[in-house]
Ligand binder design. Structure first.
Ligand SMILES: [Zn+2]
Length: 130
């Protein structure tokens, strides 16, 4: 097996996430890569995801234990419990307000995750049918 250039897997993972309607787990990304003829081990996918998350190109959705493309300015995510689609939300001042509230209480914040779960408009309207 030839060794891939650094970055090839980054591009592959970004393309797979970009083509998915829902956030994907490392296992799902590995399966899709394999189906496309690029076998990439799950451990390698995790390393790529970690790197892309640090670069703020990818966001981990904790509610789904999955990953989606990051949208600049997003500081919260809404996840549909029914169809698993996720939508980035941008609320000015949210991150700062949370950090201020925490530091006012002398809490040392290491990570900030704001996620909402519910039903998207498509899934809500489906429920309205008789
Ligand atoms: Zn939905």
């Amino acid at each position: 097996m030839t060794r891939s250039k650094v970055g090839d897997h980054d591009v592959l993972v970004l393309a797979i996430l970009g083509g998915s309607a829902t956030p994907l787990s490392a296992y799902q990304i590995s399966d899709i890569a394999t189906a496309r003829g690029s076998r990439v081990a799950v451990a390698q996918i995790y390393r790529v995801l970690e790197r892309l998350t640090k670069k703020k190109l990818v966001r981990r959705v904790e509610l789904l234990s999955a990953y989606m493309l990051e949208v600049e300015g997003t500081n919260a995510v809404f996840v549909c419990a029914k169809c698993r689609r996720a939508m980035g939300l941008a609320l000015a001042g949210l991150s700062e307000a949370l950090l201020t509230a925490a530091t006012d209480r002398h809490l040392d914040v290491e990570k900030q995750v704001v996620e909402l779960q519910g039903k998207c408009p498509d899934c809500s309207s489906t429920n309205m049918l008789p």
